[in-house]
Structures are given as structure tokens and as C-alpha cells.
Ligand binder design. Structure first.
Ligand SMILES: [Ca+2]
Length: 544
């Protein structure tokens, strides 16, 4: 630590010390960040994290000062105030571009009106705010939708922080939680996602402390007959949760596919999880001549000590495929390419359709059984992204989806005796939750654009508050990699990630930097809190 830093540190220590004393006097206890760190031991003392490397926290520890648990300040600038609150009328203080303008005809606003006109990319709203200390703040974009659900993008100091969501036409809270702000000035900018909201005000409050128990989850699998290896894999995931992030990558050709080769060539590491797809085992594709070696690739990767996950782009059965030039048979997992009506099938109004779905499930069961016979446990993520509606299994609403999910669960476990599965539910909205007894892991898929390395903190914490039993939360698909330092800083420690294949990583066996730049691949795969293939323990004997 240099002299200047020492002076700076001394100054801040004096001012922060006053706050520390106040906290003790008023019994406020510990604040967000350090209570999180103390609770789950995510970061080493002194920090592996670049934000922590030379931090006040580390320095005070070295200097043997008094208890610093109340200092929630990673950059050593300013003092974080847990009671901080700031209310800004959008119409008064925001800097706007494009068509954004003030109106005041819609009732229920505060102040002199609200902003409208977030309709295209040039329409932006920017708040320049000053906060007293670095740390986490909840950003409440009090707003009203023109009609239905709307979400818009929020950037903080130029970095994507998440989306502000609003559903009703009355003015209401739209809170983006746990956004990291620096001591001093910050730029908070809203840009069009879907647009079409009335933005009344921005209320900023210091975030409440993290519940340190969010990472303490049960390793009990929902399948009471789960195989020994599935149980061991789950125990490993549970033990790592909150402490490490497990790297994952989709690749149709396994460890020798372009994605794995490229990652290895630039980082010297392989991902710990191989993501595969049962897509080409689906009968309506096999009828067109598709072949798959996904099961072979999974068995190969398991032998190398890795973890496998499977999704299933379930091509709808043949009678329901449009098979036109715009919507060919091979797009048959998309709602747009099929007239299958899951609601009618699950309500008993299309018995032939029901039989065809069972036929398809039984075909995939054969593949899962091959994996079970090879004693390969699978992170099994069927019926993914349902609430988005773009896949047919999500096009008839949550009731039909939940019936299908449960049918799939019961058919695989009870009829086919398949017990090597860890059930990863990826419906992406709590209304689509099939029940605690059907789900081991909750997954979210996020494609934030290009070269966006946000750890999606607000989404992670939103998921911890869903009205469901506490389960491991994973980023089951991602476009860009996220910065692990930011994930640990924010306490948004996804269990694992699974970068999608193709140009998210590679183009003709060379690196594609369209979504993630080389330096971020190097950083993620060599990060000491990111687990790669070489760092996995012997999962066959884990816990013995
Ligand atoms: Ca207002």
C-alpha cells in the first residue's frame, strides 16, 4: 500500500469509524456485504477478488484494527449508509434524449408529472445520482405500463444492471434489487427494452442485508430412488454452492467439439460441465434421418471426470408440424412451426396427441436409460424456457405445462425406472413451478446481448424470493460469460453456468469474440473460484 493510499485510508477510517461506533450504539449489527462473506465464506480474507485485493477490509485486518464488520465499503471511498434513501422525480431531474417528454394526464403520479416516450433506441432517461458509500442499492423505477407487462433496460455507469419490470397501468414499484453503486457519482440510465411505460420517479434505497442462508440447501433429491452417483453429484453441487461457480458449456460434439477445443486453446482449461441435447433422438426428426451421438459424448465426458447436463429441444410429433419453407420440420420445437395444442392434449381432447407425446418420452427414456446403465448422472433440464412461450410446451400456459412436466417426471421415474437424474426446472417463472417434489435445481437462461458481463444480480435475488422451496439456483444457459468477480461481489453466486454453443464461443474452431471477449474467457476459466474439469474431485467417490 503506497503513502497516498495510506493517507486516504486513514482519512476514511476516521470518518467510517464514527459510523462504526454509531452502529454499535444502536445495535445495527453487521451490514450487507461482510455479513454475506462471513456467513458463507465466499471470499478469502484479503480477497482473491480484484475489488478486495487491496481493500480497506484487508488493510484493516492487517493493521489489527477493531472489528470492521460494519464497514461495508469495498473501494475504500466513502461510507455506506444502511438507511440511505433518495427520491428523485423523473420529470424534474432526469436527463432525457429522443422523444422522452413530460406528461401529467394519467392519475396517481407524484410531483409534477412523469416521463413518457421511451419508444425506440434513441429515447433514454438518465439519472445522475450521488451516494455516500460504495455498496448495494435497490433502484425503484416507479412507473405504470400503457398495457400489460413491460420491461426496460437499466445501465449503471455504462454496465447493464438488469431490467425494470412493470405490469399494471397504475403507478407502482418496479424494483431492481442489489445494484452496486460507487461512492460518489453514478449514472443510472434507462433505455428501451419493450418501451411503453410512464416513469414517475426513481427511489433509491440501501439494499437490505443478504440472508446468508440462501446458499444452505438440501442435497436430498426429489427422486427417492436416485442412484448413488446422482446423490453424490448433488452433494457436490450443494457443497460448492455459494463458494464456487462450476463452469459449463454446450457442445453438440462433446469434449472434442469446437467450443471445448477453443476454450482449451485460449485458457488451458476445459469446462467442468458438458451440455448436450436430445433433440436429434426425437422421433419426428429421426423420421427425417437425424442421428445423434449425444449419449456417447456424455459417457465419454463422464469417464474423463466431467459432469453432463441435457436439455431436450422436443420437436413436436409429425402430424403437428407445418413443415413449410418458413417453418421447416427441423424447427418443430418452436411454437411458430407447429399447431400442436398442449392444452387440448393435457385436457384429454386430443388422445392421439397424448399417445404421441408418450411415444416421444419413451424414446428419450431409452437414451436416458443408456446413460443410467453406464452409471452417468445427468443434470436433466427438460421443457426449458416454458414461460417465454416460444417453445410449444410453453404455448398453452402454465397449467398444461405443469401437467406435462409431472407426466414426464412420473413416466421416467415410475414407468421407466430412470433414477440417474437431477431434475433441473427451467420454466423461468414461479407460476410455472411444478412443485417442490418435482424439482432439484432452479435454472434461468439469460442472453443479455453482446459482451455484457453482468452476473444478473437482480434476477438471481428475484429467484431467491420466489414462493418455492429453497433450491440451488443455476444459470442454465447464457450467451455471454459473466464476470465472477462481480458475482462474488454482489453475492449472486450461480451454482453453475452453461454457455450456449456455436458463435457464443467459436466459429470454425476459432474463437468468436462476438459475445465474450478473449480476456473474459481467460479470466473466467482461470478464476480461482470457477471450477473447471481439471479441478473436479472424483465424483464417483465424492464424500467418501
Ligand atoms: Ca413524478
Amino acid at each position: 500500500m503506497g503513502d497516498n493510499n495510506m493517507k486516504k485510508f486513514t482519512r476514511q477510517w476516521v470518518s467510517c469509524a464514527i459510523l462504526v461506533v454509531l452502529f454499535f450504539l444502536y445495535g445495527c449489527g453487521v451490514l450487507n456485504r461482510n455479513s454475506f462473506n462471513d456467513g458463507v465464506g465466499v471470499q478469502d480474507e484479503g480477497g482473491s477478488n480484484s475489488n478486495m485485493g487491496d481493500s480497506m477490509y484487508a488493510d484493516i485486518q492487517k493493521n489489527g484494527a477493531a472489528d470492521v464488520s460494519a464497514v461495508n465499503d469495498t473501494n475504500g471511498e466513502g461510507c455506506y449508509d444502511p438507511n440511505f434513501e433518495l427520491f428523485l422525480e423523473a420529470e424534474d431531474v432526469a436527463i432525457t434524449t429522443g422523444r422522452v417528454r413530460v406528461e401529467s394526464s394519467h392519475p396517481g403520479f407524484s410531483g409534477g408529472g412523469y416521463l413518457v416516450g421511451i419508444e425506440s433506441d434513441e429515447d433514454t432517461v438518465t439519472f445522475n445520482v450521488t451516494v455516500p458509500g460504495s455498496g448495494f442499492y435497490d433502484l425503484n423505477f416507479i412507473s405504470a405500463s400503457y398495457n400489460g407487462y413491460k420491461e426496460n433496460n437499466v445501465y449503471v455507469n455504462g454496465v447493464f444492471a438488469g431490467v425494470a419490470k412493470v405490469e399494471g397501468t397504475n403507478f407502482q414499484d418496479s424494483i431492481l434489487k442489489r445494484v452496486y453503486l460507487n461512492a460518489g457519482k453514478n449514472e443510472i440510465k434507462m433505455t428501451k427494452g419493450w418501451g411503453w411505460i410512464r416513469l414517475d420517479a426513481l427511489k433509491i434505497t440501501a439494499s437490505p442485508s443478504i440472508d446468508e442462508n440462501i446458499y444452505k440447501v438440501s442435497a436430498q433429491l426429489v427422486d427417492p430412488y436416485a442412484t448413488d452417483r446422482a446423490k453424490k453429484l448433488m452433494q457436490f453441487l450443494v457443497d460448492m454452492y455459494g463458494k464456487y461457480i462450476i463452469s459449463g458449456q454446450y457442445s453438440d460434439k462433446g469434449i472434442n467439439g469446437p467450443e471445448f477445443k477453443v476454450i482449451y486453446s485460449i485458457t488451458g482449461k476445459y469446462p467442468a460441465i458438458l451440455g448436450l441435447d436430445f433433440i436429434d433422438y426425437t422421433p419426428s426428426r429421426v423420421a427425417h434421418g437425424t442421428k445423434s451421438k449425444a449419449v456417447e459424448y456424455a459417457i465419454e465426458f463422464d469417464k474423463l471426470g466431467g459432469i453432463v447436463t441435457f436439455c431436450w429441444h422436443w420437436n413436436a410429433p409429425e402430424p403437428y408440424l407445418y413443415d413449410t419453407s418458413e417453418n421447416p420440420w427441423c424447427s418443430g420445437f418452436y411454437t411458430r412451426a407447429t399447431n400442436i395444442n398442449l392444452g387440448a392434449i393435457m385436457d384429454g381432447k386430443d388422445p392421439q396427441g397424448y399417445e404421441l407425446l408418450l411415444r416421444d418420452i419413451d424414446e428419450i427414456a431409452k437414451q436416458l436409460k443408456r446413460l443410467q446403465e453406464a452409471d452417468v448422472p445427468v443434470l436433466w433440464r427438460p421443457l426449458h424456457e416454458a414461460s417465454g412461450g416460444w417453445f410449444w410446451w410453453g404455448a398453452s400456459g402454465p397449467d398444461a405445462y405443469i401437467k406435462l412436466y409431472r407426466l414426464l417426471f412420473d413416466r421416467l421415474t415410475k414407468v421407466h425406472g430412470i433414477h440417474n437424474l437431477i431434475w433441473v426446472w427451467n420454466g423461468q417463472h414461479p407460476d410455472w413451478y411444478p412443485g417442490d417434489e418435482y424439482v432439484d435445481i432452479i435454472g434461468m437462461d439469460i442472453y443479455p446481448g453482446e459482451r455484457v458481463y453482468s452476473p444478473h444480480t437482480s434476477k438471481f435475488f428475484e429467484m431467491t424470493e420466489w414462493p418455492v422451496a429453497k433450491k440451488i439456483i443455476a444459470l442454465t444457459e447464457n450467451g455471454c460469460l459473466f464476470d465472477p468477480d462481480l458475482a462474488f461481489r454482489d453475492g449472486a453466486v450461480w451454482s453453475y453456468f452453461g454457455t450456449w454453443s456455436g458463435d457464443f464461443v467459436s466459429s470454425d474452431y476459432t474463437l468468436s469474440e462476438k459475445y465474450t471477449e478473449r480476456y473474459m474467457f481467460e479470466k473466467v476459466y482461470n478464476h480461482e473460484k470457477v471450477i473447471t474439469l481439471d479441478e473436479l474431485p472424483d465424483l464417483r467417490n465424492y464424500g467418501k
